[in-house]
Design a protein around this ligand. Structure first.
Ligand code: ATP
Ligand code: MG
Length: 357
């Protein structure tokens, strides 16, 4: 099966998986392939390798997709359009606040707040939150397909719950009630955490009580918007036009994680389309070695071939294991290429495998 069949009828493709398995590379290759097929595609990448970004003409963090010039993609007949961007979590967060705040002044105040600054620039959580936020924003633009790269996660839950946790934090009433200056919570806080925070202020000069209180006071009134948005994002993620594509390598541990990942997607009733097993060692046979080699070279080659055969057999066994954990969802394979994928030639090689070109 080719990636084109895997994504037939889909409007959103979310590439998920553990760290370093090839999510960013795969997302870019899928987007390229679907653009070659004639679609107008946008790919949102997260922390792409610098050279890959340069190859696509992404010189800096851009917070909106840029059209990748077909000149950069020699050898591909691009019938559609490829748009690409590198996610800027901080800016995406800021823009969300600007959009939802009741006035530009309020937005500025929120952005100056220390709690907001910490929250929006924290790596953990804010990448997941803003990636989904970006997806939601772009879903309203006129792309045929959005391909979303994601930060590394060990389970689907880790990726999927992060935005919810943050939204619950931003939109949830509990903390706000607790911190309302006149509320019971504040009195409780005054009795409990108060002295600690007051001591902290004395030592560090950081007035957390007032920063946190100000933060939630500023956000007051935006609660409903956060929650309504979160509900629509949930809808988008569960839509039948959405495809979760699991990317993994063929090694023992990542395959084990992939099985768990698939389980947690199933539990969350996410539209799961299949897996891409990347960097597979394909089987080789000595039959391919020319017979007229000198004897010692031939012996060394035989040694290499048998080493490789061990890896290839391990990969094949792991792929069978993955297959047995799946229902009937397809598993596509991409070979381990001799070099890192840091240029268009590498990307094209992956695209050709995925799309049977
Ligand atoms: N099929 C392949 N053959 C050879 N090298 C590959 C292949 N796929 C990916 N790579 C290389 O593996 C490295 C990791 O790939 P990539 O950045 O796409 O992974 P990732 O899952 O996005 O990582 P992270 O979780 O850190 O974001 C890169 O250096 C890339 O060039
Ligand atoms: Mg990546």
């Amino acid at each position: 099966m080719s990636a084109a069949e895997l994504l037939a009828g889909k409007r959103t493709c979310i590439c998920v998986g553990a760290g370093g398995v090839g999510k960013t590379t795969t997302a870019a290759a899928i987007a390229l392939g679907m653009a070659a097929q004639g679609q107008k595609v946008a790919v949102v990448t997260i922390d792409p390798a610098r050279r890959l970004a340069n190859a696509l003409g992404l010189e800096q963090l851009e917070n909106d997709p840029r059209l990748v010039s077909p000149d950069r993609l020699p050898g591909v007949e691009l019938r559609g359009e490829l748009w690409a961007m590198m996610l800027d979590p901080k800016r995406t967060f800021d823009e969300l606040i600007e959009r939802l705040a009741p006035s530009p002044e309020r937005a500025e105040e929120i952005k100056r707040n220390r709690v907001y600054r910490e929250l929006s620039s924290a790596v953990s959580g804010s990448q997941e939150f803003t990636a989904i936020e970006k997806l939601y924003e772009l879903a309203e633009a006129d792309f045929d397909l959005l391909v979303l790269d994601t930060p590394p996660a060990h389970s689907a839950a880790e990726f999927l719950n992060a935005p919810g946790r943050l939204t619950a934090f931003l939109g949830g009433g509990a903390l706000q009630a607790l911190l309302r200056p006149t509320g019971v919570g504040m009195r409780l806080l005054g009795l409990g955490a108060g002295p600690v925070l007051a001591a902290l202020k004395l030592v560090t000069g950081v007035d957390l009580v007032s920063d946190v209180t100000t933060f939630f006071t500023l956000l007051g009134g935006m609660t409903e918007q956060f929650n309504a948005r979160a509900a629509r994002v949930e809808q988008l993620l569960h839509a039948p036009e959405t495809a979760f594509v699991l990317v993994t390598s063929a090694q023992d541990r990542p395959v084990e994680e992939a099985v768990w990942f698939r389980e947690s997607l199933r539990r969350d009733r996410m539209p799961f389309s299949g897996a891409i097993v990347n960097r597979v060692n394909p089987p080789v046979s000595l039959g391919e070695v020319p017979l007229d080699l000198p004897k010692d070279l031939r012996a060394r080659l035989a040694e290499c071939t048998s080493d490789h055969a061990v890896l290839a057999e391990r990969d094949a066994a792991n792929i069978r294991r993955l297959q047995s954990a799946f229902l009937d969802e397809p598993i596509l394979q991409v070979p381990d290429l001799p070099d890192d994928i840091h240029d268009i030639a590498g990307l094209l090689a992956i695209y050709r495998v995925l799309f049977d070109e």
